[in-house]
Design a protein around this ligand. Structure first.
Ligand SMILES: Nc1nc2c(c(=O)[nH]1)N[C@H]1C(S)=C(S)[C@@H](COP(=O)(O)OP(=O)(O)OC[C@H]3O[C@@H](n4cnc5c(=O)[nH]c(N)nc54)[C@H](O)[C@@H]3O)O[C@H]1N2
Ligand SMILES: Nc1nc2c(c(=O)[nH]1)N[C@H]1C(S)=C(S)[C@@H](COP(=O)(O)OP(=O)(O)OC[C@H]3O[C@@H](n4cnc5c(=O)[nH]c(N)nc54)[C@H](O)[C@@H]3O)O[C@H]1N2
Ligand SMILES: [Mo]
Length: 820
């Protein structure tokens, strides 16, 4: 190892964003001489590349990869994942399910399990697949749920599960995702592409050209710590420069957010507090000012957009509700004074303005509308396609905006069966049910099979599911309204979970298979999901713990049961696959970037493609809207969409509109019963539910062993709550315990519990008190609208009080109750 731990730490301490995303723990782990033996191995992860010191068959120490100048604190959670008391140790089968085999639905979730051998477990899994295909049909099996499986192109576990299932028979799949369900559905009608996962204008051009940057419900400093593939954290170098420019008044950054979030605190930028879920009224008020003060770009609207007049009719109060969307009207709802709304509008057109929208604002009821409306504002400003101007929906995600090298990354293990292969059961009769359903509507399927719902211009018939298989996702964290899904889950005959952590999903399953972690297998990954910075060798650090196996091995062994092992593996081993993915990438880059032979790469552990080229989103469209037409029906930006209008939906009409929410704080519906808005944003020190099982790391943020709830001190005072107190948070859907953290960063009436907190009910009853603090105990399971049918997690009101009862132990962690 060229770089010593000490010199690395010195390097880290010198960089401000690094200290912000926090090496606090890195510095505290003392490295005595005796603790320096072993071998250093490189690997990658969602939270970045790192080197691990392995000694005595154990990971002793983790340090960031030298190329990563802004490593995240989360690297300190890795060891705790591998050595978590919540590891799935053995193949386990739920006792009552096994004994009674009438599915024993009523005791599902009681966490009583029997240890079985791998062969027994896989035989049972196979038996259940056979039952489904023989007694029911492909409509009764759902294998489509996806999630944030660990990184690594070969071991991508969802692909393994789906390929294996695909060799057996057909099953129900999903469309969309929890992240951007509303955004990715509405934006193709407006801007011609989903936008959310598109490369954005490069940060260097933004730093050079922008006068204003609007962070609209957007917290990049928090959210860029993780990436979909191995994260490089290059974005933080730009954020450091932005901080300087804010301090020097060269760029005016405004956060529009009910919370002074981590980014705003880091950049020390202007804060525009806004009432939760009221971005659309605020934006309509701004549009009213831009129009009536004649500040908008008429030429841009005429040249590049369609349907402005219809929309302005709505703003002027001439159509629909016949209410003029004046700043005064907006102010009543969004809580921003009319004068501030006017100032904000004038600022937008004073110089070059880049709007960067986060994803949380579309994870709420009618989440399509703020996304559409923000595009309309950007069109009125008229800078779409200019460097440092326009709109982006992803600068907080996976390094979007870091210039891309354009070199190919390795492909992944195939999710689909190979061409020419057929499943054992070829029956594709879905019995009138839909074979693909919107991702967040599967609980609806369990509760109301056969129900017809509207969905993005078509009709979906919810299937009558009997069996679900989960791999690389944790529905008992990611789905909304725990108690509703608890009831729904009981209608399933068989649930299979494949995981390395004993999550609430495992607890609610019938067959649980122990996968190994990424630290226990070899793999390859792209470095930088969008920047294409290079490749990382993901070295196996230690042997699989207990009886865990890689997803590849698990699924390959399963397919043996119907004679498809060779078809599944193509006769290749783990390292042969890793090499073949590398070779495929090498081939793809031939003539552009000469990659070394696999062995040389593997030995070095890292390949650097260098830095990328700067780029402006939508520049080609701006240059020539005829030749480079957008993917919308007209080819233009559709401020009014005839296609959407023709769908005839109530909550997504022909242009963006304000729809009142079913629950809204600050005087809105439901706020008398439960006055506080609960936002369940993405965790600062986890990736969803991942790493929650990492005990020491979790202890760095918990309060009395519970998940924090962030509360404004004034709100806390009215309830006699002090910092560090236990709080019972509740509404008509559920209740949980959390630990109070009082902070002025949250506006009065706003509380946050981060998503991904493990669910640990006090007992297995519907409505039970959750002892750790999973916010989805409280959220609503309602669609955004008939269009996207996406999750609305952030439309949620709660009450809270100081908890004074006997304090129950946390039940979320530690694995199953093993019954011999
Ligand atoms: N209230 C609320 N809820 C939300 C959100 C919100 O903002 N608020 N956000 C939503 C969003 S955007 C998302 S993306 C989802 C995330 O939802 P998920 O993707 O389901 O969340 P994760 O916690 O990442 O779950 C991944 C699971 O896969 C397991 N796993 C990881 N790697 C492997 C592997 O290699 N093999 C196997 N077999 N298992 C593996 C992990 O241990 C973990 O249990 O949550 C959604 N839920
Ligand atoms: N550390 C970390 N980073 C992550 C993840 C993680 O789990 N951990 N998950 C990744 C994934 S899968 C996703 S989908 C993204 C999520 O990315 P986002 O959905 O953008 O992230 P959030 O943290 O939920 O919310 C961002 C900001 O929106 C604000 N906000 C919420 N509601 C409103 C509103 O009604 N109006 C306004 N104006 N602002 C609002 C919040 O206060 C917060 O500051 O993050 C990715 N990055
Ligand atoms: Mo997400």
């Amino acid at each position: 190892m060229a770089i010593t731990r000490r010199s690395f730490l010195k390097g880290v301490a010198g960089t401000s964003a690094a200290s912000l995303i926090g090496p606090s723990l890195l510095a505290s782990a003392s490295a005595s001489a005796a603790e320096t033996e072993g071998t250093w191995k490189i690997s990658g992860s969602h939270w970045g590349a790192f080197r691990a010191r392995v000694w005595g068959g154990k990971v002793q120490e983790i340090k960031p990869f030298e190329v990563d100048k802004h490593p995240t604190d989360m690297l300190n959670g890795i060891k705790g994942i591998i050595y978590s008391p919540s590891r799935v140790r053995y193949p386990m089968v739920r006792l009552d399910w096994l004994k009674k085999h009438k599915y024993a639905a009523e005791t599902r979730g009681n966490n009583r399990f029997v240890r079985v051998t791998w062969d027994e477990a896989l035989d049972l899994f196979y038996r259940e697949l056979e039952t489904i295909q023989k007694d029911y049909g492909p409509w009764a099996l759902h294998t489509g749920q996806t999630g944030w499986r660990q990184t690594g192109q070969f071991h991508s576990c969802t692909n393994h599960m789906q390929r294996a299932m695909g060799l057996h028979g057909y099953s129900v799949k999903k469309v969309g995702d929890y992240s951007t369900g509303a955004g990715q559905t509405i934006l193709p009608y407006v801007l011609g592409s989903t936008e959310v996962y598109a490369q954005g204008t490069s940060w260097d051009l933004i730093l050079e050209n922008s006068d204003n940057i609007i962070l609209w419900g957007n917290d990049p400093v928090k959210n860029l710590q993780v990436g979909w593939t191995c994260e490089t954290h290059q974005s933080y170098a730009y954020l450091e420069q932005l901080k300087d420019k804010v301090a020097n008044k060269e760029i005016n950054v405004v956060s529009v957010d009910p919370v002074r979030n981590k980014t705003a605190r880091y950049l020390d930028n202007e804060q525009r507090y806004i009432n939760p879920q009221t971005d659309v009224p605020f934006m309509l008020g701004v549009a009213h000012v831009l129009y009536n003060e004649n500040l908008y770009d008429k030429k841009f609207i005429d040249t590049y957009c369609l349907g402005f007049e219809d929309f302005i009719g709505y703003v002027q109060g001439k159509t629909k509700d016949n209410v003029e969307k004046t700043p005064e009207w907006a102010s009543e709802i969004c809580g921003v004074s009319p004068e501030e709304i006017r100032k904000f509008a004038r600022m937008l057109v004073n110089g070059r303005t880049q709007i960067m929208v986060g994803w949380s604002v579309q994870r709420q009821e009618h989440g399509e509308q703020p996304y559409w409306m923000c595009a309309v504002l950007a069109a009125m400003i008229g800078q779409i396609g200019l460097p440092g101007g326009g709109i982006s929906y992803g600068h907080h995600y996976s390094g979007i905006g870091v210039p891309a090298t354009g070199f190919a990354a390795p492909g992944s293990f195939p999710l689909n069966i190979d061409q020419g292969q057929k499943p054992k059961y070829t029956n594709q009769d879905f019995n009138g049910y839909s074979r693909v359903i919107p991702v967040a509507r599967w609980v609806d399927s369990l509760l109301e099979p056969g129900k017809k719902i509207k969905s993005n211009g078509s009709t979906v018939t919810l299937p009558n599911l009997k069996m679900m298989v989960f791999s690389g996702n944790n529905p008992w964290h990611h789905h909304q309204d725990r108690n509703r899904m608890h009831k729904a889950f009981r209608s399933l005959h068989t649930v299979v979970a494949i995981d390395f952590a004993w999550t609430a999903t495992c607890r609610q399953s019938d067959i649980v298979l122990p996968a190994c972690t990424q630290y226990e297998r070899n793999d390859i990954d792209g470095y930088g999901a969008y920047s294409g910075r290079g490749l990382v060798a993901m070295n196996k650090l230690v042997d699989p713990m207990f009886q865990s196996k890689s997803d590849f091995e698990i699924m390959a062994n399963l397919t043996r049961r119907w004679g498809r092992y060779e078809d599944y593996t193509r006769g290749m081993s783990e390292m042969e696959w890793v090499k073949s993915l590398y070779d495929g990438c090498r081939e793809a880059n031939k003539g552009k970037f000469e990659m070394p032979e696999f062995d040389e790469f593997w030995e070095k552990g890292y390949l650097d493609f260098g830095t990328g080229k700067s780029w402006v989103r939508h520049a080609d469209f701006r240059e020539d809207p005829e030749i480079n037409a957008l993917g919308t029906p007209s080819g233009f930006i559709e401020i009014t969409s005839r296609t959407l209008g023709n769908m005839g939906y109530e909550h997504c009409q022909e242009h963006p509109m304000w729809f009142e929410k079913s629950e809204r704080s600050h005087g809105g519906p439901g706020s008398k019963a439960h006055p506080y808005w609960l936002q369940s944003c993405h965790p600062d020190k986890r990736l969803h539910s991942q790493m929650c099982e990492s005990e020491e790391f979790r202890a760095t943020y918990t309060v009395q062993g519970r998940e924090p709830i962030y509360i404004n001190p004034k709100d806390a005072k009215t309830k006699g709550i002090k910092d560090g107190d236990l709080v019972r948070v509740f509404n008509d859907r559920g209740q949980l315990l959390a630990g109070a953290v009082l902070t002025d960063s949250y506006a009065p009436g706003v509380v946050r519990i981060e998503e991904g907190a493990w669910y640990g009910p006090i007992d297995n009853k519907i409505g039970a008190l959750d002892t750790y603090g999973d916010p989805n105990t409280l959220t609503q399971d309602i669609p955004t609208s008939e269009l996207a049918q996406a999750t609305s997690a952030n439309t949620c009101l709660v009450s809270f009080e100081k908890f004074t009862g006997k304090v129950p132990p946390v039940t979320a962690f530690g694995g199953p109750i093993e019954v011999i």
